[in-house]
Design a protein. Sequence first.
Length: 509
Amino acid sequence: MEALEAIQNGAASKPIFSKDSCVVFTVLGASGDLAKKKIFPSLCNLFEKKILPPTCQIIGYARSPLTTKQLADKSNPFMKAKNKDVLSSFWSHVSYVSGTYDTPDGFIKLNEKIEELEKSHGGEKRFRLFYLALPPSVFIPVCTQLKHNCWLTSNSSECRVIVEKPFGRDLDTSNELSQAITALFNEMEIYRIDHYLGKEMVLNLMILRFGNELFRSVWNRERIACVVITFKEPFGTYGRGGYFDTNGIIRDVMQNHLLQILCLVAMERPVSVDASDIRDEKVKVLKFIKPLDLDDVVLGQYVGNPDGKTEDSKLGYRDDPGVPNDSKTATYACAKLQIDNDRWAGVPFIMKCGKAMNERKAEIRIQFRDTPSDIFGGNCQRNELVIRVQPNEAVYCKMNVKSPGMTFAAEESELNLTYHERFEDIDLPDAYERLILDFILGTQTNFVRTDELAEAWRIFTPLLHKLDGGAKDPVDYPYGSRGVSAADEFIRASGFKFSGTYRWNAAKK
């Protein structure tokens, strides 16, 4: 926590590592899309803000026989930093090693390179950090090779590893993966990354809930009627349909990103902001949720829209050559979860997510109960607290006010905190940038723990197995639409009320 408090206004006010420390950050899978689009740009941003330790060295590791310059050429188009001097200085800290993922030779070379950098940059305290930007099929062999060839166990060293999702396909495969990795590393060395936990407004949930007394007495089933967590993307899966078809929207988005948000909305107040205390409360919430069944979900699969404005929008999910013609994989899902504890019993938590929809949006919508007695002619609508995660980060509250002018009628308006209006000069960091910094600092709060992961899979595995067996067909919906129309009725039947009298307009910047 002290190191985090040292970082102010986008730069470190004091070094976050002592002068006798040497930090080597290795990106495994350095030639892939995730590395060039997210990891190297995030590391460069931290470097430009002078948050990375000055002695920090970065190594890219992959099978491709690349030079550091070729790696830079692949990554530079995605860099936020465009200053050539900054980029040149950043890449001077980067090396590249080529090797396989399942044999010792490459990892022996990697270890030799790490030792070379540690000797040349000195420091009694050594930090070796490994980011697995790799498919889960190679997690176990890579972790095994790292443990046997690159891991340090002395008191003057620390080693950590980040593992990217998906963490298995169901409870059994997730448990197998977790058992294999925890047999190699202890829990404090493992960082399972869910990038949604690094988003500004998701992080803001803790402050909103537990830093404002006005919410304490209303954050329960007596005042809240329904919670809706939404994730929408305006593009389809064409070009990556082969990968997506093995997972589907529930594994891709709902079981991880949206369920993590649900935990932060619903959990009890933790004892402190320490990682163990926060994650303990998230696990408690998950344990109160029963496994989902077929009746708890509405599923959809997008089809081409002949009136679409782009060529992509005229193509349906199954038009992708990588997708089977008879695929029943859902690209849209709406699910209702119940938390059977004293605070939330009877309150539906709706999660909905989809590809090829009408807009890009992620938000949390907390709808309060009806006013007990409306003396204003039935015009008072339900209050809603909305946390807009992306785009146009904001917190706003829909409420009833008097209509302007010579009238005493009620109408809907808002109390509005739009971040780009209130904090004009603040550059909000990318989620990966924030989480990579947490990883470097050894802060586990925003990463997923083993028992947390197991509880999440327990909730979804029975449903996923039935869907994998073809127990429920997805409904067609047009590319660029709001999704499956039946989901609206499903949400209404769950207790949500849509008034339709007011729409929030995001501030433009």
